[in-house]
Design a protein. Structure first.
Length: 479
């Protein structure tokens, strides 16, 4: 006969559910558990984007997979919303939440390089600076991000634009396997042969499907690169873009570039007359032989009105940290993004108009894509829009709350002005906010529906929802 026990009785039969969440976590985790008022709580709840100011009920600082499983079990038992923090660099602030549990992987820093197979296995709290330091000792690297303090997890799961992508593919294309803790607490090793549906989704589908506790990447021979920036005056932006668009059409795969519209620093390497004024930075990294690199960069250098030449041979990890000082933790940041198929005169006019009105520390980055990602079979990974030639991001950035509304409004206004020249989609890692239509567009209709199906298999209750969320078709709890 039915027992007649209700939900409360079932909860009471679970010892974890009978304790408070904090007590249950502290009894089952090795890592520290921080609550409001505890030393270190305020630092642990913060993320890189200073405009994100949330107050989780608890921060679980995991030291290993067992802690991650314990944290998920406590969250489920107490119906606590749970966000996952790796590097904490998400523009949208997905690494924290109000009144829930932050599952913090920052203490999980293990890295193992195998130079024979050219593979590296890295835990979920590793940053690109951490990874590059280890792989560089063997003259190896894989595609990483643009700031060395960015976590490997968020960047890879969202796709992974970086300095090596045109030669070696996106970060997600170099993901060979992963260890994943799913919503029901299972530990899965996923690859092209094991749980291939989940592996496909992790390669660009975002943090919707589980907590990746370890990433295994393919490595490539990379040591010294020719890299840095050619700085040009902002008033000649249209001329710079004309020459750049012509040159980029023949850019070799070994050379990855972005054009950044920003304010020139008050620094010795900038001529006095151009300091603290709008400037155009053509930032580049060539990972091939130096003689070939000098020839390719020289063709661009000769065509541009260069006021400062910061291009030189350097170790690859130095290029990975090139922007670190410009974008420290704590800046208030907001981003909007587009893909572009070409740089026609109308698109250039919209970009230069936005650059002329830069507020605060705001910027526009135009990334040249193509290369290896465009030649990769689109069905191998969830990442979509491989044929777009450029990705553009409007970054509304300032020091603190004062002026942030103006920076945000600038990004939205000029993003809208460029929309008619764009593809209608965007790179998810550059989206600070997005409605359901924008999230669908980021993956396209076919891949979005496939991701919905994977979500339904591995997270039917939508527990992993602090992301550009892809709710399951059924079991939309918490969506």
């Amino acid at each position: 006969m039915p027992s007649g026990r209700g939900h409360a009785d079932l909860m009471n039969s679970d010892p974890i559910a009978r304790e408070s969440p904090a007590a249950a976590l502290r009894a089952t985790m090795r890592g520290p558990v921080l609550a409001p008022g505890d030393p270190g709580y305020d630092a642990a709840r913060r993320v890189w984007n200073g405009s994100i100011n949330k107050n989780p009920a608890l921060v679980a600082r995991c030291t290993g997979v067992a802690d991650v499983i314990a944290a998920l079990r406590v969250a489920a038992s107490h119906d606590l919303p749970a966000s996952v923090r790796g590097g904490g660099h998400s523009f949208a602030g997905f690494g924290t939440c109000d009144d829930g549990l932050v599952i913090d992987l920052a203490l999980m820093k293990g890295i193992r390089v195998d130079p024979q197979t050219r593979r590296v296995i890295a835990q979920g709290g590793v940053t690109w600076g951490d990874l590059d330091h280890e792989t560089a000792a063997f003259g190896l690297a894989t595609t990483g991000g643009l700031i060395s303090t960015t976590g490997i997890g968020g960047l890879t799961l969202g796709g992974g634009i970086g300095w090596l992508m045109r030669k070696y593919g996106l970060a997600c294309d170099n993901l060979a396997a992963a260890d994943v803790v799913t919503a029901d607490g299972q530990m899965l090793h996923v690859s092209g042969d094991e749980h291939p549906d989940l592996f496909w989704a992790l390669r660009g589908g975002g943090g919707n499907f589980g907590i990746v506790t370890a990433f295994e990447y393919q490595l490539h021979p990379v040591s010294t690169v020719l890299a840095g920036a050619l700085v040009c005056p902002g008033e000649r932006a249209a001329e710079v873009m004309k020459h750049y668009a012509e040159w980029a059409a023949d850019e070799p795969d070994e050379l990855c570039t972005l054009v950044e519209f920003a304010t020139a620093p008050d620094a010795d390497f900038i001529p006095q007359a151009h300091r603290s004024k709008p400037a155009v930075f053509v930032v580049l990294c060539h990972c091939g032989p130096l003689a070939d690199a000098e020839a390719a960069v020289g063709r661009l250098r000769d065509a541009l009105p260069v006021i400062a030449d910061l291009v030189e041979p350097m170790p690859y990890p130095a290029m990975q940290s090139f922007f670190d000082e410009d974008y420290p933790a704590g800046l208030w940041s907001y981003t909007k993004s587009h893909y572009l198929d070409n740089l026609d005169s109308a698109a250039v006019e919209a970009l230069t108009a936005a650059a002329a009105a830069l507020p605060g520390r705001s910027f526009i980055d135009l990334h040249h894509l193509e290369g290896a990602p465009s030649r990769t079979d689109p069905q191998t990974a969830a990442f979509d829009h491989r044929k777009a030639r450029y990705a553009v991001v409007f970054g509304g950035v300032c020091e603190d709350e004062a002026g942030f509304a103006d920076c945000r409004a600038w990004a939205q206004e000029h993003w809208s002005a460029l929309a008619s020249h764009a593809t209608g989609s965007a790179y998810s890692n550059f989206m600070a906010d997005a409605d359901n239509d924008a999230v669908r567009a980021a993956w396209g209709p076919e891949k979005y529906e496939r991701l919905v199906a994977v979500k339904g298999r591995y997270d039917p209750a939508n527990r992993f929802r602090f992301n550009h969320n892809i709710p399951p078709a059924t079991g939309r709890a918490g969506s």
